[in-house]
Design a binder for this molecule. Structure first.
Ligand code: UFG
Length: 345
């Protein structure tokens, strides 16, 4: 059987690069487009080491319709995984138009090119941010979404609506929880530019001596230890979820409809991609210390604006329907994140 080609937009980014490795391991042929806005060309060399050849790479922007049309003509991908998007909550508040342009206009432009090329299959990167501050945890895929707390969140909600409304496409919409960790080889990982906003890169940079200390944003929340709770997921588990989603797009449609009990809604499926376990910031720090033997200098500071108190995933649907389950625990996430930090610093 001919190898299926998967176009991976943003394929040199954090989640994209790990997914490229998993796609290769599962027998697919990845084709990468990335504009290097938040990624580095060195990642391509690391991917070459990991998969044994240099994957097809086009430096360019998904908003460039002429280029995208050319890519579809030349490579004829069977499906697309669309990672290319901006993802910093704070930045989206400062530059909303940039977010709407890249994340929403870019998606529409990609869909138009796909439709012209006759390519229907898409895996879309959504986020648990669509749930906002949920009334009940864990959150299910059926939990009502809440008004977005940032332009970034709004772009993810809009992306979901756009895809749901366009039933010509077959979409797997993955709502990521908090991706952390790195490939166990330490050849690829997260490369935040400037001062990190997210907990794990800030923590590992602190332990590496790049930052003096970690500030825990708020110790007076209504949680067992007063700090916020999240569902941290190893980036390799997340990457494997994309392979499962791609597999489902190529699987028998009738089987899908039967499982879902509704043949009319099988063009758009949404899954929570988390572990199903919530950990507080202090539990994460403790897990890091126990996994690595390193101390994390930290203080409890004031709350951060816009933080949700507690959110973690209900994973029954993704386990049963997609047949995917996270397998790496918090200590493995911390160990791999720390090994990666040591490799880059
Ligand atoms: N935190 C700290 N100190 C830091 C950084 C983070 O205590 O220096 C805390 C946060 O307050 C939060 C937890 O660590 O309680 C996780 O924070 P992150 O910034 O790592 O992640 P978020 O949960 O805020 O954000 C993630 C994604 C976003 C997405 C959001 C949806 O990074 O893309 O989830 O809730 F929009």
């Amino acid at each position: 059987m001919e190898q299926k080609k998967i176009l991976v937009t943003g394929g040199l980014g954090f989640i994209g690069s790990h997914t490229v490795v998993c796609l290769h391991e599962a027998g697919y042929k990845p084709v990468i487009i990335d504009n290097l806005h938040n990624s580095r060309i060195e990642v391509l060399l690391a991917l070459e080491k990991l998969i044994g050849y240099s994957p097809d790479f086009i430096q360019g922007d998904v908003n460039d319709k002429a280029l995208m049309s050319e890519i579809f003509k030349v490579h004829q991908p069977n499906a697309v995984i669309h990672f290319a998007a901006h993802k910093a909550v704070g930045e989206s508040v400062e530059q909303p138009l940039m977010y709407y342009h890249n994340n929403v206009v870019g998606l529409v432009s990609l869909l138009e090119v796909m439709q012209n090329a006759g390519c229907k299959k898409l895996v879309f990167s959504s986020s648990c941010t669509v749930y906002g501050e949920p009334e009940q945890v864990p959150v299910k895929e059926s939990t009502p979404t809440r008004p977005a707390a940032s332009p970034y969140g709004a772009t993810k909600q809009m992306g979901e609506v756009i895809l749901k409304d366009n039933s010509w496409f077959e979409v797997q919409c993955l709502r990521y929880f908090n991706p952390v960790g790195a490939h166990e080889s330490s050849l690829i990982g997260e490369l935040p530019l400037g001062v990190p906003n997210n907990l794990i890169p800030y923590l590992t940079q602190t332990v590496a001596g790049i930052r003096p200390q970690l500030t825990v944003h708020g110790g007076d929340y209504n949680t067992p230890d007063g700090t916020c709770i999240r569902d941290y997921i190893h980036v390799m588990d997340l990457a494997e979820a994309h392979v499962a989603a791609i597999g489902r797009l190529f699987a028998d449609k009738i089987a899908h409809s039967v499982e879902l009990g509704d043949p009319s809604c099988n063009n758009f499926e949404v899954f929570n991609i988390g572990t199903g376990d919530g950990y507080s910031v202090l539990e994460v720090i403790a897990a890091f210390e126990s996994a690595t033997g390193e101390k994390v200098p930290h203080i409890i500071g004031p709350r951060r604006n816009g933080d949700v108190v507690a959110v973690w995933a209900e994973t029954t649907k993704v386990n049963d329907v997609l047949g995917w389950k996270a397998s790496r625990n918090l200590e493995t996430m911390m160990r791999d994140a720390w090994n990666w930090q040591r490799a880059v610093s």
